[in-house]
Ligand binder design. Structure first.
Ligand SMILES: NC(=O)c1ccc[n+]([C@@H]2O[C@H](COP(=O)([O-])OP(=O)(O)OC[C@H]3O[C@@H](n4cnc5c(N)ncnc54)[C@H](O)[C@@H]3O)[C@@H](O)[C@H]2O)c1
Length: 341
């Protein structure tokens, strides 16, 4: 059994606890939060003999913790991940891998040196419709993909940003792209391959916050394909996020993880209508997230630990998504096309 610890018991930490409860070969051992009462509440909810602690040090001291899920503010992920890896434990970082590309590189190197598994949450890769699209692209069913588009027109209230001091700050969160849109960045990279360069424009339009709440980015992929991202948290009342991919043989539209349109040269409008399991849309906010996709990813990480292999989503994947986010921010700030580091 892989013993799991969870660090950070705010919004997403309790969902990790719920996800762990349903996976094979693992058990929840301990949870921690700097607000100890939050950890105690999650431990009580998990039942059994799950232990609650007030910090990472206390969590790592609990016997049987082999892997730690880091569910703290984004700008703290890499530093905490380094400490966990240096203690010889496997690491799952919530998305994004961090807000600072340099820190993200450090956690990659530290995990490699320690010989531990490092994964970054990208749970939408495990949504049925997106998994199916990924397999179809790999099998050449769309032909050579020419265009990919990700759209997240979501809504967050000012109260959402005001509730926690880290939200919407450059150091600890970033804006709509770094927090919400990074899911779409990861999916486009997974589906279309690496991005060479980015041109972006952004605004802070409807919220009092440091970072942006509206961003539009144009992507050029190494394959020659082009891409577009439109992401906002200022679009009342919020809409389900979509990924659209086009090729000469087929074009596919996925909404909230479900294929809603699959048009191919072989038979126009072969499928129109919802296909695949419904996935909760992140447009509804973290508390509305379905647990299944997190559970599927954590199951893969636990299997990777047990089988001594790399996980489906690696630290490198997390770094690649952050590099695109950083290039978009640099373009929006300084102007022009920015090469992805
Ligand atoms: N995968 C997803 O769809 C998804 C959804 C929501 C949030 N997230 C990510 O999860 C992370 C956390 O987001 P959230 O909404 O749960 O935030 P949150 O503010 O609700 O919770 C964070 C918790 O971490 C605790 N914490 C902070 N620093 C700590 C430390 N050093 N040691 C112990 N505890 C500490 C805080 O007390 C708080 O309870 C963010 O990086 C966010 O991007 C991912």
């Amino acid at each position: 059994m892989v013993g799991i610890g969870i660090l950070g018991c705010g919004t997403i930490g309790p969902l990790h606890a719920e996800a762990v409860a349903g996976i094979a070969g693992a058990r929840l051992v301990a949870v921690a939060d700097q607000h100890l009462e939050r950890a105690e509440e999650v431990a009580r909810g998990a039942g059994g003999d799950v232990v609650a602690r007030g910090d990472l040090h206390g969590l790592l001291a609990v016997p049987g913790v082999d892997l730690v899920c880091v569910c703290t503010p984004s700008g703290t992920h890499a530093e905490l991940g380094c400490a966990i890896a240096e203690a010889g434990r496997h690491v799952v970082l919530e998305k994004p891998i961090d807000t600072d590309p340099g820190a993200a590189e450090r956690v990659l190197k530290t995990a490699a040196k320690a010989g531990v598994v490092l994964s970054v949450i990208a749970q939408h890769r495990f949504d049925e419709g997106l998994d199916r699209l990924h397999r179809a692209i790999g099998a050449g069913e769309l032909g050579e993909v020419v265009l990919g588009e990700g759209r997240a027109w979501w809504y967050r209230t000012q109260a959402y940003y005001d509730a926690d001091a880290w939200r919407g700050t450059w150091a600890l969160d970033g804006g709509a792209l770094s927090n919400q849109g990074v899911h779409l960045v990861d999916l486009l990279l997974w589906l279309l391959g690496p991005v060479d360069s980015v041109f972006a424009r952004s605004r802070t339009a409807a919220h009092a916050m440091e970072a942006e709440d509206v961003i539009v980015a144009s992507l050029r992929f190494a394959s020659g394909a082009l891409g577009a991202l439109t992401v906002t948290t200022a679009s009342y009342p919020g809409a389900p996020e979509t990924i659209a991919v086009a090729g000469p043989e087929a074009s596919v539209l996925v909404e909230s993880g479900r294929v809603v349109s699959w048009r191919s040269a072989r038979g126009a409008a072969e499928e129109d209508g919802a296909v695949g399991l419904p996935a909760a849309s992140a447009a509804r906010g973290s508390r509305g997230l379905a647990v299944d996709a997190h559970r599927a990813q954590l199951q893969d990480v636990v299997d990777a630990v047990r089988e001594q292999r790399r996980p489906a989503v690696t630290g490198e994947d997390g770094c690649a998504a952050l590099a695109v986010v950083a290039a978009a921010y640099a373009s929006a700030r300084d102007g022009g096309d920015v090469t992805v580091a």
